[in-house]
Design a protein around this ligand. Sequence first.
Ligand code: NDP
Length: 242
Amino acid sequence: MTDIALVTGGTRGIGAAIARSLKSEGREVAAIYHGDDDAAAEFRHNTGIPVFKWDVADETACRQGVALVEKQLGPVSVLVNNAGIARDGLFHKMSWDQWRAVLATNLDSMFTMTRAIIEGMRERRFGRIINISSINGQKGQVGQVNYSAAKAGVIGFTKALAQENASRNITVNAVCPGYIDTDMVAAVKEEVRDGIIASIPVGRLGEPDEIAQAVSYLASPKAAFCTGSVLTINGGQYIANG
Ligand code: NDP
């Protein structure tokens, strides 16, 4: 049976590279997006990967969306929780809306998406779950208290879920990218961006495909002994110990 992979935020940036990589290995892939219909249509046209539109922060939408994907493609065996947003600002000026939006999309989505899929994985006694955290969940970042809190939460979620599901042959791992050349980083002011690049020892931003290759490894049968891990890929910008 063909493996089915579901990638949230799979139509742009890092998620699109992950979706392409998983497809190139012979899987059927579903890419989830939220608002940018044009980008999703272009991605679908270029890759042949089916796209589905829902909000990963909406529990009901996730349950219904996953049911639709599984009806159309089959049971999901690889889940990549990649969708994420930033709403930056210093904490003493941060609004409740900025906080809620980031926590909902980046952390609530770990519950909504994984809860909709994991019972099936447990019944079938196989699964690969890969959660995209961030360098800023490891080290913290000025202007990103909300984002850093959510991404640190992703790491705790990963470690606990890995322990609960190891005996069912389900691995759960997190990847912490450093600064990657996507729309999210393009949205940062040029002088800030230049400062970021200057702080990366390898002297450049990462490429989405450099994250996708790591996700492909974690999704593969060869990674069966790798669970609860936090893989840091940041060009040497922050040397983390877990
Ligand atoms: P992009 O902004 O380039 O793409 C985000 C993707 O997520 C889009 O497909 C978007 O859909 C989708 N998305 C956003 N919100 C929702 C939602 N509520 N429901 C469903 N889909 C949603 O992001 P990146 O590729 O840069 O980032 C991907 C992940 O990597 C994120 O979790 C991010 O936090 C993390 N990360 C990124 C880094 C970077 O330097 N770029 C560094 C470290 C971590 P749509 O197109 O419809 O908006």
